[in-house]
Design a protein around this ligand. Structure first.
Ligand code: G3P
Length: 218
């Protein structure tokens, strides 16, 4: 059971790490843009900073969509640090690139996965991780959790080593359900991770303990 934080924000990555439960980081072009990181040099430098903070896997997404360019970009990203995992979109050229990376011992995360069929292709192409996008499936009025359950069933039935990395997590309940249904990893914003802390009975119980602790003061 692994926890990744889904952000390119260095402060949030540090905060998640300080919680003591962080196993890795995932990013994507939208998250990089949100941090105002622009241009090849700045992007590569930003990944280096993330890899210095976190020892676990850091998914760095390619911007290219054509086979040769995906390979070129992925090689460059993988060369940045040992813990970089090249994130590749679920498209035809992406699947071919997953196979190339796998054959060349470069670890990958296949992103934008919305169906079991796509998850099968990614696994067959040797992806290290496959990223089903739970929240975005829910947005379309389908149930994202069905995909986690389906992938979990198929992968265990056929002894597939590709790890299910539940992504597009929008709330703490998504995290719990993903793990319940067999996701190997959940990546989520720090806010959802911290949401797991909350329970009103904990607050009520703590207030009572604190009040009673005062009574024990000499
Ligand atoms: O890991 C993928 C994630 O960043 C997408 O999340 O909320 O934009 O669907 P969201």
């Amino acid at each position: 059971m692994k926890f990744f934080v889904d952000t390119a924000n260095l402060d949030q990555i540090k905060e998640a790490k300080d919680l003591g439960i962080l196993d890795g980081v995932t990013t994507n072009p939208s998250l990089m843009a949100k941090e105002g990181v622009k241009g090849d040099k700045a992007i590569l430098a930003h990944y280096k900073k993330i890899c210095k903070i976190v020892k676990g896997d850091v998914s760095a997404e390619v911007f290219s969509t054509e086979y040769k360019d995906i390979i070129k970009e992925g090689k460059k990203l993988a060369g940045l640090a040992k813990n970089i995992v090249v994130k590749v979109p679920m498209i035809k050229d992406g699947v071919k690139a997953l196979r190339w990376f796998s054959d060349n011992k470069i670890r990958t995360n296949c992103t934008l996965v919305f169906s079991a069929g796509q998850g099968i292709l990614a696994a067959k192409a040797g992806a290290t991780y496959v990223s089903p996008f739970i929240g975005r499936i829910d947005d379309t009025n389908w149930d994202g959790m069905d995909l986690i359950a389906s992938l979990s069933h198929i992968y265990s039935l056929h002894g597939i080593e590709t790890q299910i990395l539940a992504a597009s997590i929008r709330n703490p309940r998504h995290i719990v359900q993903s793990f319940e249904l067999g996701a190997d990893v959940v990546t989520c914003p720090l806010k959802s991770m911290e949401g797991l802390l909350n329970h009103p009975l904990t607050d009520i119980g703590l207030a009572k303990f604190m009040a009673d602790a005062k009574k024990t003061e000499a």
